[in-house]
Design a protein around this ligand. Structure first.
Ligand code: 3BY
Ligand code: FES
Ligand code: FE
Length: 412
């Protein structure tokens, strides 16, 4: 059986509303299919735009075999390129972030402008055409201060997301925000276990003592009953926030690839801090009018979930490293004029989610170890608690299944 046929069979064999078969979390062939058909085809969150403050600031990321660089140009535009020299293929930038006036290849110093144009190549023959050797572009859009990239030749439509996300993010003023802290961890688990874990709070009571001071683990908080239907406390929160100019109701992609919703925190908490008070004192993000605006939640499959609070924002990026390793990068954003040690204490700002991420890492790693056992049998998801997980695995299986192409045996 070919790899595609094998994976198709695994997808077909899965039981609805159950965890996935072991091979989908462990096998190299599935991992390669995930890279080729999901990560190389979808829009991926790369960086917050405010991380690239001035012309020449760049960030690099690795998506499977593709090294990519995202860089702010002299014209202020953020662009993405394959981080691969057009001479003999050296990786241009090895550092994860930095700043440079030009992109200079470390091997033979071919020199590219920040817009990808090849400016200089020493001792090349007369018929060499620099215009034919600019950096290869990667699709790149900045939506409300979140930079997304797509490796596909023809990316999926993004207009609906851009409209909704742009509107929901506008009051958070991400473009004027500042990066206060970045944490990158490797979780020894398949990327889908990382996403599944994020899509439910069934585990929160047991795993997240500090987050649970301020984040409700009630599944009704994030259940989608429709744009105008939710539990009374959420409806009251939406009314108050929308009256103050904060878009708040659920908005989602028809097949749940993304969702936006503003939820209240527990007991009128202001922020994800141990004290429940704002971590940034006396300053708020953008034009958010009050401290207890709750959290604007935004996820987009396959690689990001986010929390936008009144005093700060936390953005998450997930990148698969191997079948059983996943990189999770968390970035804390604060109002642009907030000064560390004056307006906020870095430990107070980051401690709850640093702990939460580590707790989630342990959960995911133990999950991977258990799934590796030949004794593993996919168990049922709770329809009450794990609706989000079901939506994620359905999205994943439908997306991968459609891209593997029709089963030749059925077509015959
Ligand atoms: O990050 C989230 O979206 C939340 C917080 C804890 C688990 N998850 C549902
Ligand atoms: Fe980049 Fe030679 S490989 S200059
Ligand atoms: Fe968690």
């Amino acid at each position: 059986m070919s790899d595609a046929a094998e994976i198709r069979a695994q997808l077909a064999a899965r039981q609805k509303n159950h965890a996935l078969p072991r091979s989908l979390y462990c096998d190299e062939a599935v991992f390669q299919a995930d890279l080729a058909h999901v990560f190389a085809r979808e829009w991926l969150f790369a960086v917050p735009a405010c991380q690239l403050v001035k012309a020449g600031d760049y960030a690099t990321l690795q998506i499977g075999a593709y090294p990519v660089i995202v860089v702010r140009g002299a014209d202020g535009m953020i662009r993405a390129f394959h981080n691969v020299c057009r001479h003999r293929g050296q990786r241009l930038c090895a550092k994860s972030t930095g700043s440079t006036p030009k992109l200079v290849c470390p091997y033979h110093q071919w020199t590219y402008d920040l817009d990808g144009k090849l400016l200089w190549a020493k001792d090349m023959q007369e018929d060499f055409d620099p215009r034919a050797h600019g950096l290869k572009k990667v699709h790149c859009v900045d939506i409300g201060g979140m930079v997304f990239i797509c490796l596909a030749d023809v990316p999926p439509p993004i207009a609906d997301l851009a409209g909704a996300l742009g509107r929901y993010l506008a009051p958070s003023g991400l473009k004027e925000a500042r990066v206060a802290h970045v944490s990158t961890i490797i979780e020894k688990g398949n990327w889908k276990l990382v996403l599944e874990n994020n899509r439910e709070c069934y585990h929160c009571g047991g795993a997240h003592p500090s987050l649970c001071r301020t984040y409700s683990d009630n599944p009704r908080m994030t259940a989608m009953d429709g744009p105008d239907a939710a539990s009374p406390d959420i409806l009251a929160h939406w009314q108050r926030c929308e009256a103050a100019g904060l878009p708040s109701r659920f908005v989602n992609h028809p097949d749940m690839q993304w969702r936006l919703a503003r939820i209240p925190l527990l007991n009128n908490a202001d922020s994800y801090t141990m004290s429940t008070k704002p971590a940034v004192r006396g300053k708020r993000m953008g034009t958010i009018p009050f401290n207890d605006a709750g959290s604007l939640l935004f996820f987009h499959y396959p690689n990001t979930w986010n929390h936008f609070l009144a005093d700060h924002a936390i953005v998450f990026r997930v990148l698969p490293v191997s079948a059983t390793e996943t990189e999770v990068t968390t970035t804390w954003l604060v109002p642009g004029d907030a000064v560390e040690g004056v307006d906020y204490d870095l430990k107070e700002l980051t401690e709850v989610w640093l702990a939460t991420n580590d707790e989630d890492r342990q959960v995911v790693e133990e999950n991977q170890v258990g799934i590796r056992s030949p004794a593993y049998v996919p168990g049922p998801y709770s329809l009450v608690q794990e609706e989000g997980v079901i939506q994620f695995v359905d999205w994943y299986c439908n997306t991968l299944g459609a891209r593997l192409g029709p089963d030749p045996a059925l077509a015959a």
